[in-house]
Design a protein around this ligand. Structure first.
Ligand SMILES: [Zn+2]
Length: 741
């Protein structure tokens, strides 16, 4: 035993001596990169960019774009501004008044807060409104409809309350505001008011601004009500770039504007309206935190809503900057964040844009030290994200062919805060992203940002999430729905995409209000910009690794595992629906509804429904299983032949070309049912949720919306896509196996 130990020790000493004798090996570029970003610079960029309101078409938006352009050039990038002209309405008239049974005129104004220096820039601020609401002038009884989801209207109907011809008052939350407007119209409403309830976004969450970070009583959430579940981008040029001479749809024929007038309001303005409602009490879960009873109406509150807009065309200024690649110049890594805001936008978007700029500076520094990326790097700063992902969508639509040929991946951020990393995106990049997160250090705890996220999931996750976080080698990343600029890349063009942010350790109630500014951000959010710096380190690391990898770091076992998980969810969804309908039908036929109905308060009787039919999931299951096999084969083949393929320039080029085309196999250019702009068959925003993702959307929404034949046809279409991807992965494996011989 003793001898063995002595031998082992001398072996270690020998090895050490050998290593010492070698010249120090150069650090990898991503490690050198991570030392460069500075919190103070990020703070400086934010102060500059959020100094004045900078919404689409404003003077300061152009000023910011030109300033960024100069910065990119100063840091050695080849940069230019690419302009598009888009429809961007701004308010001409906004009136909201209670006309019966008492009178009240809504303020529709966010007051200046004396300690907050930029809150007083009144002449440059956009008033509170929802972009792409149509003009309208309606007077109608008011109905409270909770979050304005389809199920909320179903419940109103069961309680015998009609929204036909009414103005509905709905609260923000749960689903995208544009979808609230669409659902309100589909339920016959004449107008829609969307307010921030203090229970979700106000005093029930904590002290309100300026004493705390939560929404004050007159704070209003602006925002787009474009029908983003149907398509993104300029409402007049859906599916094509809005370049000079592009064919524009007449405004009144655009399919993505609302069909009824919509206005966002504060809880200060909502309370008198709500207090004037009578009718039944709202169900327990519908009640917010206003100190009044929550009643449903309809009436006797009657409301007059008038909105009129300037339907102007405005220029967008996208800043596009490039570093050409040395080895694979025709492969592009694209990275973006938007720069337009609703008002000053320190948090949304500048807390994501400022770290992107610091990455750009750091990449410039690395180049001065002699580094050149193998692939071309494209950094974008998008304009017009807020009204409807306009800048990114017009750019993607304009350059669709080139992007599909050259883009390897798109990396997005959109704002940032303190806390844990949130990772979402294409599951073919899940392992890659986990690798990045393992190598970045959390600034406050000194452990990796990966370890912190794992801990948070173990503490807060569902039982399944906990188990995965403990046992699965990689943390699961979320699938992407919509709500930021990755949408045109992933769901329209079929380019693998990821989205990253930090958060969950801070709170704010200033979203899309005049108080989202530098004063607020530096008091309540990432106040020392430690997480701005770590965002730049994380995304920059991912960019460098994607740009410099010999073999593009896609892998498919995690994707296959995720797709199989979706398959189980879909079967569960169908069987739960079948059980629900069977149980309700039984209750109706057994007469329990009739027996329990209150004769003094008659409710509409529920109707017997057809039980959802069985759906044949076999094509999906078979294709997903085949993809899992192909994924494992590729993993083995690459492990065996990696050094050979790296040494063979033609083989490497061919392999990377296949990997670049992996994501697009999941796309069908015919698009999803009733929304052809969305073409990805695995990821889409929900037609009735907007931001929230619907995975395997054709099948899932087919089941949810009781279109069972369509769901069954979509199973086949998704199976074909998975089979296409498996075939592509198999050809890559066959090439690698050929090299091994
Ligand atoms: Zn944003």
């Amino acid at each position: 035993m003793r001898t063995t130990i002595v031998l082992a020790v001398s072996a270690i000493l020998g090895a050490t001596a050998f290593i010492r004798a070698q010249p120090p090996s150069p650090k990898p570029a991503d490690e050198l990169f991570r030392a460069i970003p500075q919190a103070a610079n990020i703070r400086g960029y934010m102060q500059r960019m959020s100094a004045r309101p900078h919404h689409v078409g404003s003077a300061y938006t152009k000023d910011n774009a030109e300033w960024m352009l100069a910065k990119f050039k100063e840091w050695g990038w080849d940069a230019a501004i690419e302009q598009f002209d888009v429809l961007f309405p701004t308010p001409k008239e906004r009136v909201l008044e209670l006309v019966e049974p008492t009178r009240f005129t809504a303020k529709l104004d966010e007051p200046v807060v004396s300690v907050d220096p930029t809150s007083g820039q009144k002449t440059e601020q956009l008033p509170s409104y929802n972009a792409y609401s149509i003009d309208g002038d309606v007077t109608a009884p008011l109905v409270y409809a909770n979050y304005g989801r389809v199920e909320d209207y179903d419940q109103l109907e069961r309680m015998g309350i009609s929204t036909r011809g009414a103005i509905v008052l709905v609260r923000y939350g749960q689903i995208f505001r544009g979808v609230k407007a669409k659902i309100a119209f589909e339920h016959g409403a004449a107008g829609c008011l969307i307010y921030s309830d203090p229970k979700d976004d106000g005093f029930a969450q904590g002290a309100v601004f300026p004493n705390g970070p939560m929404r004050p009583s007159d704070g209003v959430q602006r925002g787009s009500v474009e029908d983003l579940g149907s398509a993104a981008g300029d409402p007049l040029t859906i599916g094509i770039g809005s370049v000079p001479g592009a064919r524009r749809t007449p405004i009144n024929e655009s399919p993505v504007l609302t069909k009824i007038p919509v206005l966002p309001i504060s809880y200060g303005d909502a309370q008198p309206l709500m207090a004037a409602l009578s009718g039944p009490m709202a169900p327990e879960a519908w009640r917010g935190a206003l100190p009044i009873p929550y009643r449903l109406g309809a009436g006797p509150a009657k409301v007059h809503l008038k909105v009129a807009f300037n339907w102007d065309t405005k220029p967008l200024y996208n800043v596009i900057a490039k570093i050409p690649g040395s080895t694979f110049p025709d492969e592009w890594i694209v990275r973006g964040n938007h720069h337009d805001a609703w008002v000053n936008g320190a948090n949304d978007p500048v807390s994501g844009m400022a770290p992107e700029l610091e990455e750009a500076r750091a990449l410039g520094e690395l180049r001065k030290q002699g580094w050149t990326p193998k692939r071309t790097i494209v950094y974008a700063s998008w304009d017009g994200e807020e009204p409807g992902l306009l800048g990114s969508t017009e750019w993607v639509e304009t350059h669709l062919k080139d992007l599909r040929e050259h883009a390897v991946a798109y990396l997005n951020t959109d704002g940032n805060g303190r806390g844990f990393i949130n990772m979402s995106g294409s599951h073919s990049l899940e392992r890659f992203l986990n690798g990045v997160a393992r190598d970045v250090t959390d600034p406050e705890t000194g452990i990796s940002i990966w370890k912190r996220r794992q801990a948070a999931t173990i503490v807060r996750g569902t039982p399944d999430e906990k188990k995965d976080a403990r046992e699965r080698p990689d943390l699961r990343i979320e699938a992407l729905g919509s709500g930021s600029d990755y949408t045109p890349f992933l769901q329209h063009a079929g380019i693998a995409s990821i989205n990253i942010s930090f958060g969950e350790e801070d709170q704010d109630g200033i979203y899309h209000s005049i108080y989202d500014d530098f004063y607020f951000y530096t008091r309540f959010l990432d106040t020392d910009f430690a997480y701005g710096r770590v965002l730049a380190q994380t995304v920059g690391t991912a960019v460098i690794r994607l740009a410099d990898a010999d073999v593009s770091p896609f892998e498919f076992t995690n994707l296959a595992d995720t797709v199989q998980k979706y398959g189980r969810e879909l079967k569960d969804l169908l069987s739960r629906k079948q059980d629900e309908v069977r149980e309700r039908n039984r209750q109706i036929l057994d007469g329990v509804f009739a027996a329990m109905r209150d004769p003094k308060r008659p409710m509409p009787a529920p109707q017997v429904e057809a039980v959802p039919p069985a759906i044949n999931f076999a094509p999906f299951d078979n294709a997903a299983a085949a993809l899992a096999d192909s994924a494992r084969r590729y993993e083995r083949a690459l492990a065996v032949s990696r050094s050979k393929v790296v040494a063979d320039a033609a083989a490497l080029r061919a392999l990377n070309a296949r990997l670049r085309r992996a994501e697009i196999q999941l796309v069908d250019d015919a698009g999803l049912p009733r929304r052809g702009w969305y073409r990805h068959l695995v990821y889409a925003p929900g037609f009735y949720t907007g931001y929230g993702v619907k995975t395997v959307p054709g099948v899932r929404e087919g089941i949810e919306q009781a279109r069972y034949d369509e769901a069954e046809a979509e199973v086949v279409r998704v199976a074909r896509a998975l089979t296409r991807l498996a075939a592509l992965v198999d050809s890559a494996s066959a090439d690698l196996e050929g090299l091994a011989k």
